[in-house]
Design a protein around this ligand. Structure first.
Ligand code: G4P
Length: 290
């Protein structure tokens, strides 16, 4: 994440979001399917009251498929329709379009019954790095080049026609992550949504390896052959270094290089498709997440 969230930045993002919300019918909340809780702004209930909302579990190519399905069910219980999605792939664009159009279907029908032809206007929102720009590009496709200002719309706003009755705001709404919960903040760091430079990379990677050993032990041992079920938590990083032959001059393991590699490989989905939070994380950490 390149933005440091100082109170001033948050206030500005909130102001812009609220201003844009006046123009739209459907809010599309994008979260990272590997950490749907950490990447969801807990203020959304207040922010989006009275708007139709749908959720997109993006980057589902990097998440555990069975847990993504649990999250889709969880959203359903919250009365929010959700879909898993991979913005970097050409597949299933239609499912996301249908989800957005469906959310406003009732409103559109009411207007049509009154003889008014209504176009649904949607906005993508999410914290940095969840894939908002990639999602808009994927959904908009070649239509994006044909955008133009519309009369009556705040200057500079661009709308992309997705179907005859659906338009998407070209600029996503930026939300800010909540960092109060230590576990969730750590998840944001694992997936690369908090700038690595602001933290100790070896501590971060060491924690990640401990979590991965709990979540996907076989895949971890397959990737880094020197890790065994006997390896102590504090030795995991050294074993990654040993697996790759990362040594420092004069002897010893280059654990800093190992840390960067482990983080990169996790983020690139090379270790396994791992989801860090299941819906019952909420119950287990009751009260901590707000
Ligand atoms: P943002 O607007 O919400 O800040 O996110 P953005 O679209 O810039 O995407 C952030 C990173 O996530 C990009 O990678 C993008 O390619 C990647 N990404 C987006 N959607 C998906 C997805 O569904 N699956 C996977 N695997 N990756 C996704 P990057 O490395 O930062 O940039 P680039 O190297 O792709 O240019």
């Amino acid at each position: 994440m390149l933005i440091q969230w100082y109170p001033g930045h948050m206030a500005k993002a909130r102001r812009m979001l609220i201003e844009n919300l006046k123009l739209i019918d459907v809010v599309v909340e994008l979260v990272d399917a590997r950490a749907p809780l950490a990447t969801r702004n807990p203020d959304f209930d207040d922010l989006f009251t009275g708007k139709e909302r749908v959720a997109v579990l993006n980057k589902s190519d990097l998440a555990a498929p069975e847990i993504t399905k649990l999250w889709v069910e969880h959203y359903k219980k919250e009365r929010i329709k959700a879909v898993e999605f991979v913005s970097t792939s050409a597949q299933k664009r239609g499912a996301a379009v249908a989800l957005i159009e469906g959310a406003a279907a009732e409103k559109v029908k009411k207007m049509r019954d009154k003889g008014v032809s209504k176009t649904v206007r949607a906005m993508i929102v999410g914290i940095p790095n969840v894939g908002k720009s990639t999602f808009i590009n994927r959904i908009a496709g070649e239509n994006r080049a044909q955008t133009g200002d519309k009369p009556g719309v705040t200057k500079g706003k661009q709308w992309v026609k997705i179907t005859p009755y659906l338009e998407l705001m070209d600029t996503p709404g930026l939300l800010w992550p909540k960092l109060e919960n230590e576990t969730l903040a750590r998840h944001l760091a694992y997936i690369g949504s908090i700038n690595d430079e602001t933290m100790d990379v070896e501590t971060l990677a060491g924690n990640l390896l401990c979590d991965l050993r709990r979540l996907c032990p076989a895949a971890l041992m397959e990737r880094y052959k020197k890790i065994t079920s006997e390896t102590a938590d504090e030795a995991l990083l050294a074993m990654v270094a040993q697996s790759r032959g990362f040594m420092v001059r004069g002897g010893g393991y280059d654990t800093e290089r190992a840390a960067r590699i482990a983080l990169d490989e996790y983020r690139g989905g090379k270790i396994a498709r791992v989801t860090l939070e299941t819906p019952d994380f909420l119950e287990a950490h009751n009260g901590e997440t707000q």
